[in-house]
Design a protein. Structure first.
Lengths: 295, 306
């Protein structure tokens, strides 16, 4: 069953083209990682999916038009925008009361159960919580909602590595099952490499790469080439080459694994390396903003 | 050692859990998002009830010091009676005036604050429509504050009347003239709140809510300056003040403008709902208010954080 289906999705802000004819399809039970540099159109795409922005083209989320039916759609869709959107004046108990009051699919006992594993006090105001605790609270609220689609837009921005790991662990262990779907954007790609089932690169409002993680692992291989085999390796047309500690690391697309093994140590590249290979080197692109590279 | 006290925390916990489990799967009816949206406004803007209560406290304090103090210090019984029958319309004016100021500042921030602190993204992630949100915010100046200020005025005056009654009775004076105009006064207050503060002022609140949803910053200036500009342009172009007079008429309360707070006390003051309901200004104002609110709903649909 298709959860999100977009055909020639376009969105412009004045002369800036944020989405330039995006085609996209996400099936039930998938965890899609949407990766792209700043200003690539990720947030615009998510906003369109969530009914927060108008768009041109065709878009259905769970069979609904998100722009016209946002409030009904939000019964089945949850989203965490980034760590700073929970109202700072609210108390934790009020947040539980409010979501329980307006959301028909919210299970308060479940939320209390998630919160019991944290140090968050019911009487605290959200402004008194640390960044990590605010994210834990938001995640507890969202995981207690029996939704079909969860959208995460930079959910772990500004969190330390422990909170980030915990975030994705509880998402996988306590929330995700084959009837739910998750779409996540993040710059911390190393965090999600083993979480996502599908990978999508977006740049300049276009989808640059769209593949499942199985496909990613069988298609892309990275070889740390023995110095004397570099010329032979280059003949196989790598899509990217970089130097690490004096060794050449070459990235190949759809080259036979056996053939590569003769040249050096073969391994699956990280998403960040593939991202740099596909987008980082082209002039005019955001070369310095490869995800994961800076952090 | 008391063994019972050890068992208590566990059983208390259990009963709490089973209680919350009973509430959990409650179905959300159509009115529930509206009800919780209004409640959340009261959580966020505690000035809605704190400010009128503070005004009531200040008036009570003033009553205790000035009125009771003076009444007890004078031995002239006529003066004492006059003092004790005096301060009610003043208390009413102070509390209603405070509620009006709170209404204005609340409305100017209602759709601005949620964009400024980015919490709009959280509110929009809930199954609550923009219409419900805007209506719940409009209900604060149009329903909650009038009802609240009426209740607070009545409560404050009951305390004052009670104390005055005690002093009068202790002085051997009759309380009949003290209590006679009270119900007339409260009826007038209710009528004034509904006609002026709700129906006649509705376009003012509608405009303020619209500006708060539209302005990126300086909402107060955007709310005030356009009207000022129209007035000034009219003055320069035609050397007339019709527009300013129209605005003044709106703020004064139109056909229900009260000549002074003392008229609440005057049993000769007549309620004239017929004249009020047949005034075109009322209906034009209500249509304009509805248009402003509809525009605010549309705006909120498109707006994100600023």
């Amino acid at each position: 069953m298709t959860v999100i289906e977009a055909r020639s999705l376009r969105k412009t802000f004045g002369k800036t083209i944020a989405l330039d004819g995006v085609n996209l399809r996400v099936d039930e039970g998938r965890i899609l990682g949407l990766i792209g540099p700043n200003g690539a159109g990720k947030s615009t795409a998510l906003n369109a999916i969530l009914g927060l922005t108008e768009y041109q083209g065709e878009l259905r989320v769970l069979g609904r038009d998100p722009w016209d039916e946002r409030d009904q759609l939000m019964r089945d869709v949850c989203f965490i925008a980034d760590v700073a959107v929970l109202p700072r004046w609210m108390r934790v108990s009020q947040a539980l009361d409010y979501v329980g009051g307006v959301h028909p699919r919210f299970d308060r006992v479940k939320a209390e159960g998630f919160l019991a594993k944290t140090d968050i006090k019911r009487a605290s105001k959200i402004r008194e919580l640390s960044k990590g605790m605010v994210t834990q609270l938001h995640l507890a609220l969202v995981m207690a909602i029996d939704a079909r689609l969860l959208v995460l837009d930079e959910p772990t921005l500004g969190l330390d590595i422990l909170y980030r790991k915990q975030f994705y662990d509880s998402l996988l262990n306590d929330y995700f099952d084959r009837s739910r779907t998750i779409v996540v954007t993040t710059h911390q790609v190393e965090d999600v490499q083993h979480v996502i089932t599908d990978l999508m690169f977006i740049n300049h409002g276009r989808i640059v790469l769209d593949c499942s993680m199985e496909e990613f692992e069988s298609r892309y291989l990275e070889v740390a080439v023995h110095p004397e085999r570099v010329a032979a390796a280059r003949a196989l047309k790598p899509i990217h080459e970089r130097q690490v500690l004096g060794r050449s690391i070459l990235l190949f697309d759809r080259v036979d694994r056996g053939q590569l093994a003769a040249l050096g140590d073969v391994r699956t590249p990280s998403i960040a390396d593939l991202f740099v290979a596909l987008m980082g080197n082209k002039p005019g692109d955001h070369a310095g903003e490869a995800p994961g590279a800076a952090r | 050692m008391n063994t019972q006290s050890i068992a208590t925390p566990g059983s208390f916990r259990d009963s709490q859990i089973s209680e919350s489990r009973g509430i959990a799967p409650a179905a959300v009816t159509a009115m529930q998002p509206f009800y919780w949206s209004v409640r959340r406004e009261l959580w966020e803007n505690r000035s809605i009830y704190i400010a009128p209560l503070a005004a009531a406290a200040v008036t009570l304090l003033g009553y205790l010091i000035a009125t009771l103090g003076f009444a007890l210090s004078t031995t002239n019984m006529a003066q004492r009676r006059e003092a004790l029958e005096g301060p009610y319309s003043f208390a009413m004016g102070v509390i209603m005036g405070t509620a009006f100021i709170v209404s204005i500042f609340y409305s100017l921030d209602a759709l601005h604050g949620e964009r400024r602190d980015r919490s709009i993204l959280f509110w929009k992630s809930m199954p609550v429509s923009d219409l419900t949100t805007v209506l719940s915010k409009a209900s604060i100046p149009l329903v909650v504050l009038p009802v609240l200020s009426f209740a607070i005025v009545v409560a404050t005056e009951l305390i004052m009347l009670g104390l005055s009654t005690l002093v009068l009775l202790a002085s051997g004076l009759s309380v009949a003239t003290l209590w006679t105009p009270v119900f007339q006064m409260w009826l007038m207050l209710l009528y004034h709140l509904v006609t002026v503060h709700v129906l006649w002022y509705a376009p003012i609140y509608g405009w303020l809510l619209l500006v708060s949803g539209w302005a990126r910053r300086a909402a107060f200036l955007w709310a005030v300056l356009p009207w000022l500009a129209i007035g000034v342009v009219e003055k320069i172009a035609f050397n007339t003040w019709h527009f300013a007079a129209m605005l003044g008429y709106r703020f004064e309360g139109g056909p229900e403008a009260i000549p002074g707070v003392d008229s609440f006390f005057d049993p000769m003051t007549q309620l004239t709902p017929g004249r009020f309901l047949s005034s075109p200004g009322l209906w034009i104002g209500l249509v304009v208010a509805a248009a402003f609110l509809a525009a605010a709903v549309r705006l909120r649909r498109c707006q994100g954080p600023i």
